[in-house]
Ligand binder design. Sequence first.
Ligand code: IMP
Length: 430
Amino acid sequence: MSNIVVVGAQWGDEGKGKVVDLLAEQSKWVVRYQGGNNAGHTLVVDGRKVVLHLVPSGILQPACTCVIGNGVVVNPAVLLEELDELAALGHSVTPDRLVLSSEAHLILPWHLALDRARESALGDKRIGTTGKGIGPAYEDKVGRRGLRVADLFDRDALASRIREVLPENNRRLTEWYGEPPIVLEDVVDSLGPVADRLRPYARPATRLLYEACKRGEPVLFEGAQGTFLDVDHGTYPFVTSSNTVAGSACAGAGVGPTAITDVIGIAKAYCTRVGSGPFPTELDNELGEKIRTIGQEFGATTGRPRRCGWFDVPLLRHAVMVNGMTELALTKLDILSGLGPIQVGMAYRLGGRVIEDVPAGAAALERVEIDYEVFPGWDADLSRVRAWGELPAACRNYVAALEHHVGVPIRLLGVGPGRESVIRREPGST
Ligand code: IMP
């Protein structure tokens, strides 16, 4: 039995969904355990695009049951929209295919309003959030003011709970940000039909996963965002509001650490970041623009252009450490074709001295200088290559060097957007 956590090793958008979709073939369960609809994964189904934000990427594997775990924050309207979109594509998601943890917290209208109002008040100091209410929803969860999926199903209790928590949020909205207040009755009325549709999906996810693990059924845990957006281990304060690292799978799904057997990190063959915050190997120039265009580096959730830069070894080594990563998958290798010489950030310097670790906090990371190593590039189109031995020698050399310096085996390479566009590799091969 293998229970695998798939985790982003950079700042998100590493192509986790594609790897999850692939690994889901051998899984019985696919579980989201943190984040919310700030995540976005584009799937192509019979030539039509569908962007999933909340439904786990395993949904297209008919033998998989998908779980939205307790650690996820759920905007109920967004979840229903996704289910409708999937149904329109002929993938009707019945409750036996999707479990929504009754303990997951809800994203409610004041969370969205506060997220957006706060960001606009911050001006050029803004985080660059996705504006989906993620931060305020987690704040309410930790502040014990949240509402959970289970609360949706008792209309009277729901109204009285909203009556308790709304005034504080409305005061923030109106007095701090000059925004209109949220009207209690509007919220309660809008949640009624939503609750009726979601009720069949709401089940005790933790118990179901416990039983599944006991039966030896493989479980895949699908991380959202990436290691450096983790609220503890990322480039604080330019982070998301959940723990994105692999350990979070346990708390966010309700399984014990002993249930996890492998942690697969996903990294792009270069690096991207969306939103504000430090990015040591960023290419704020024509080359960065070229990578953005070739790699179609625009956010799946917000459409924002992603910042692009070179692969960063110290960052990846840190990700290996904080995730207990057992292997790495390298995606979008095809994008580097034809770019000329390829650089890799090999070491960080602060005050002229090489430092061992990624410094804590955004301010110190802004100050690091990078020692780069230059690798010869390659021109061949990789998108049809399916065997390691058929890759250009320069490309194999690049991957082998990253494996050596990062320190974990690279077994899987992505060379295109499709499910079939992968190369499997024996670790250590050159
Ligand atoms: P929030 O998660 O919407 O609060 O945004 C906080 C930070 O995380 C911002 O920099 C976002 O751009 C970033 N972020 C959130 N979700 C994703 C994602 O799925 N991919 C990449 N960046 C993300």
